[in-house]
Each structure stands twice: as structure tokens, then as C-alpha cells.
Design a protein around this ligand. Structure first.
Ligand SMILES: [Zn+2]
Length: 210
């Protein structure tokens, strides 16, 4: 489906469940082998592009720079992609993946928060800020193997009592999706609090361990 395809020429077809780049196939794309074997908690995922080249540089710039212009521009790009996808437009609210407490990697906080704010504003849907909290300390995911990432986050999140999300379709926003461990744990906690369906929208799809 066009709305699940990404921007770069090298990324013309994607798994509808996890946005993994696939060799282009005729007709409706099927879930990739990983998703067929180990289904994610989220129902589907959209990525603007692969986590490499210009997009990777821009994501790293948005995370490290004190100037927020790049983050806002990336947020607008993501919002445009989400807005162009009929299934994602009718979500009830957006939720940024939470970052472990105190880790401020960007001046105004976490890149995912800025992306979620921009998507919410452009789509005219509420953003559920503070909807999730960490129940225990976790390690930073980027230093871990895929198996360690899953263990690190297992049941680490819970929904706060701030929102009644029963029956809601929620769109989870993050900057990069790699193993999907963070998005899965976020989706698990939201579903446990009564959400009916979770979609994921990210700037970039990492392949391997980026
Ligand atoms: Zn997949």
C-alpha cells in the first residue's frame, strides 16, 4: 500500500506489520518472515525511510542539536506521511514512546515527544502526554543485543491513570524502529490499559543493530 512505502528509492516495498524493507512484490505486501514467526504487539508500522544516508544524519542532528528546527521539520515530514495514510488518520490519539527518567538528550526533552506533538497538531488529534511510566530502571537500548533489548524492557512500562484509553486506537510515535522492542513494550502497556489497537509511526526503520 502506498502509505506504507517509504521515501527512498531503495525502500519501495515494506512489511505492513513492521515497516521492514522488502524486495518489491506484486500485489498486497505480506508480513515479513520475522513478523509471521514472532508477531509484534502493534498491528502495523509506518516509516518515512530507512535509517541510513541523509535521514540518519538528520535524526542524529535532531537528537543532538540545541536548535529544534530539524526536529520540527522531521515532525512535519512524519505528520505528512501519517496524514497520507487512511488507516492511520482515524486514530484517537498519539503517544510518544517514553524515555527512561532523567535522560534529556535534546534541549526540550525527547525527540519522540516533539515528533508526537507535531503529528498530533497536524492531524488534529490529542496527544496523551504522561500516559506511560517506567516501573523500574532500564538500560539504554542502543548498547544491547536484540535479545537483551527485549529482556531489558519486559514489563518495564505501565499506563498511568491520566487517561481512559479503553477501546481507543492509538498511534505510537518514535524516531527509529529497529528490533521493535521499545514499540512492542509500549504497545503491550497501552493494550493492557484497554486500548483496542496500536499502530506505530517512526521516522526511520533501522535494519540490523543501528
Ligand atoms: Zn515485518
Amino acid at each position: 500500500m502506498e502509505c506504507r512505502q517509504a521515501l527512498s528509492e531503495r525502500y519501495e516495498a515494506a512489511c505492513p506489520r513492521c515497516a521492514m524493507p522488502l524486495v518489491e512484490i506484486a500485489g498486497q505486501p505480506l508480513a515479513c518472515q520475522e513478523c509471521q514467526r514472532w508477531p509484534h504487539r502493534f498491528a502495523f508500522a509506518l516509516a518515512v525511510g530507512r535509517y541510513d544516508g541523509l535521514l540518519r544524519s538528520l535524526v542524529l542532528q535532531a537528537k543532538s542539536q540545541s536548535d529544534d528546527a530539524v526536529a520540527l521539520a522531521l515532525g512535519n515530514e512524519l505528520a505528512g506521511r501519517v496524514n497520507g495514510c487512511a488507516e492511520l488518520r482515524d486514530f484517537d490519539a498519539v503517544v510518544a514512546v517514553p524515555t527512561p527518567g532523567g535522560r534529556r538528550i535534546w534541549r526540550r526533552g525527547h525527540l519522540a515527544d516533539t515528533l508526537a506533538e507535531t503529528v498530533a497538531r497536524r492531524l488534529g488529534v490529542p496527544q496523551m502526554t504522561g500516559a506511560l511510566r517506567f516501573r523500574r530502571r532500564v538500560k539504554i537500548q542502543s548498547t544491547l543485543t536484540p535479545a537483551q533489548r527485549r529482556r531489558n524492557l519486559r514489563s518495564a512500562l505501565s499506563a498511568t491513570a491520566t487517561y481512559d484509553m479503553r477501546g481507543s486506537r492509538l498511534l505510537v510515535i518514535d524516531d527509529v524502529l529497529t528490533t521493535g522492542a521499545t514499540a512492542d513494550e509500549t504497545a503491550r502497556a497501552l493494550l493492557a490499559a484497554g486500548a483496542s489497537e496500536i499502530g506505530v509511526a517512526v521516522l526511520a526503520r533501522g535494519v540490523g543493530l543501528d
